[in-house]
Design a protein around this ligand. Structure first.
Ligand SMILES: Nc1ncnc2c1ncn2[C@@H]1O[C@H](COP(=O)(O)OP(=O)(O)OP(=O)(O)O)[C@@H](O)[C@H]1O
Length: 587
């Protein structure tokens, strides 16, 4: 074999260094994830929150370290495209049989993009678009347990629950199974008569907040039909002060399971070193969810972006030629320019070059707010955001109005290159129906329900130490399940940073009649008495809110919530209707 040239040698070194970096990143991610069971068993909820935040940092920290190493290794050859091309091919061979090859490829892209992205935008996604790098479906046997010929669904549940080696005992498993039986009687009694089903479930528990979930499905061996399910395990202290497990809910069917994996929820910690296979399996259980949503749901948010990019390219290819990007329906933002296509499930949000008054913040501050949301426990009420740098679009796909608006309003964020419009920075979010539009067409009943949920959203966010800042109804949206979520983050902050005050009484008549405030207002002051203004022009909605959530207009609600947060109490959030909790089905 002829001796290697310097360039060849550097390429091999780069491939090895990046792969070692990936393995080390993955190990750190896994170490945090594997601690989830003990945190759950010890009810160490503060640690759960800390671990969540810590895990979100692992990837970027590792990319930074590996980039520094690569700069030294590559030295003069750092920006030689031949070197990188060879490094990529070498890397591709090294990871070809890797259990998590897809995530490893994303890691290579991150390093390359971080070091050279700005100069070589088109090459950043080297591993994404080529067919050869698309995943083949693989066997999921290694991540599943299966019981065949079971004696009905409740017996299956009992067997499933006995498999997991948890350190704490059940408080009263038979009581919980009886309640699960009653749930089935209520929602689908036919299921109780089914014998001989196969029960299949993931070997790894899914942990999130204060809960652990078992995820699986029932398969009818004759028809092959299947029914996905999840079982929620919670823990509490019994009368003797010992921590015990109990079943809190039996979640049945694709729709219910899909809500568990909703885009406004925090990420699961899944006790596995085979996350890609778990996503393959979840795709089977939830065929209406995209792969990127599922990678995201289990915390692989960087790789989720790779998958999103692939989804977006495929989606754009399928879009009829007449479909154009247009401004998102609703009231235009003063801070964000938001666009979508009418059929798309996603919106793209670009920070405006200049903010319209009265907004006084700047780009960095807005980005910091979006970052705050990424780290927060979103309690099912904050739409998740995916931040992209250098996301390319076909320029012809923009409507004339939108293109004009973009070139004047977000010029700092776009690069035009041939047919491409490249967004240097953009957030992608799931599209919901803005609440102000939703209530226009809502029936009386739907209006009451959604306004009740709007108030509940504010209360749940408050309990999770989040104050939305701008609570105008146009800043909230409604999901396809009719659930209210918040999406305008430029004024969001920890609730404990706010200073809730009653409006001082005026000293004299001139003050009382003045349109300007007659008292000093601090930067963090909030006056709940002024909240009715959020309903400007929506009298009917206000009527329901006044009746259902009047407490939000008073200072007491907010101060008491702050006190509870400061005492270290962590809110209970159930990603299913409270009526479905098994305790309602006990004797
Ligand atoms: N996830 C979403 N789904 C659907 N529409 C959205 C979404 N996010 C934003 N929009 C639309 O874009 C508009 C502006 O978005 P957003 O409120 O985030 O911008 P902003 O500039 O921060 O607003 P503001 O001026 O109130 O601060 C919204 O009023 C809504 O119509």
């Amino acid at each position: 074999m002829p001796p290697l040239t310097t360039e060849q040698q550097v390429s091999h070194k780069l491939a090895r260094a990046i792969l070692a970096g990936f393995e080390s990143m993955f190990a750190e991610f896994l170490n945090i994830t594997l601690g989830a069971q003990s945190r759950f068993e010890r009810a160490a909820w503060q640690e759960v929150q800390d671990a969540m935040r810590q895990r979100l940092q692992v990837y970027e920290n590792k990319v930074e370290l590996v980039c520094e190493a690569v700069k030294v290794i590559a030295y003069r050859e750092l920006d030689h495209s031949d070197v990188w091309h060879r490094a990529k091919n070498d890397y591709a061979k090294r990871v070809a049989d890797h259990e998590n090859a897809l995530i490893a490829q994303t890691f290579f892209n991150s390093i390359y993009g971080s070091l050279l992205g700005q100069q070589k935008i088109r090459d950043v996604h080297r591993f994404i678009l080529q067919e050869t790098y698309r995943p083949e479906p693989r066997s999921t046997d290694s991540i599943l347990y299966q019981f065949t010929e079971t004696e009905g669904i409740i017996d299956s549940l009992r067997r499933v629950l006995n498999v997991f080696p948890l350190r704490i005992p059940f408080e009263n498993l038979e009581r919980d199974l009886k309640a699960a039986h009653r749930v089935l009687e209520k929602i689908n009694p036919e299921l109780l008569t089914r014998q001989n089903d196969t029960v299949e479930f993931g070997r790894s528990l899914f942990f999130r907040n204060k809960a652990a979930y078992i995820i699986g499905r029932l398969i009818d061996p004759v028809s092959g039909e299947h029914l996905p399910f999840a079982i929620t395990l919670l823990n509490r202290k019994n009368r003797d002060g010992d921590t015990c497990l109990y079943l809190d809910a039996f979640i049945i069917g694709e729709e219910q399971l899909s809500k568990l994996f909703g885009f406004a929820r925090s990420y699961f910690m899944v006790d596995t070193d085979q996350p890609v296979r778990y996503v393959d399996y979840l795709c089977r259980l939830l065929p209406n969810k995209e792969r990127f949503e599922l990678f995201n749901a289990i915390g692989f948010i960087k790789h989720a972006k790779t998958e999103f990019y692939r989804f977006k390219v495929d989606y754009t290819k399928r879009m009829p030629a007449t479909t154009k990007y247009v401004s998102a329906p609703g009231v235009k933002g003063m801070v964000m320019l938001v666009f979508t296509t009418p059929d798309s499930d996603y919106v793209y949000k670009v920070i405006r070059d200049r903010f319209r008054p009265p907004k006084t913040s700047n780009r960095q501050e807005v980005m910091a707010k979006y970052d705050f949301v990424k780290q927060a426990d979103r309690v099912g009420r904050l739409v998740d955001t995916h931040e992209f740098n250098y996301l390319a679009f076909d320029r012809q796909r923009f409507s004339c109005e939108l293109f004009e608006e973009m070139t004047s309003e977000v010029a700092d964020s776009i690069t035009l290159s041939g047919n491409a419009l490249i967004l240097r920075h953009v957030y992608v979010e799931r599209k919901v129906t803005p609440l102000n539009l939703y209530i226009k067409d809502a029936s009386e009943q739907a209006l009451e329900q959604v306004i009740d949920d709007y108030g509940t959203t504010i209360k749940q966010l408050a309990a999770a130490n989040i104050f939305p800042g701008d609570m105008l109804i146009k800043n909230f949206g409604v999901t396809r399940w009719g659930r209210v979520v918040f999406y305008d983050y430029d004024e969001i902050c920890p609730l404990t940073d706010c200073h809730f005050r009653a409006i001082p009484k005026p000293d004299n008549e001139i003050d009382a009649l003045s349109e300007q405030p007659w008292f000093d207002i601090g930067e963090d002051d909030v006056f709940p008495e002024q909240f009715p203004v959020f309903f400007a022009g929506h009298h009917e909605a206000k009527k329901y809110f006044d009746r259902l959530h009047h407490d939000l207009y008073g200072v007491d609600f907010w101060k008491i919530t702050q006190k509870v947060i400061k005492s270290g109490t962590l809110v209970d959030v159930y990603p299913y209707k409270k009526e479905w909790r098994l305790k309602h089905f006990n004797d």
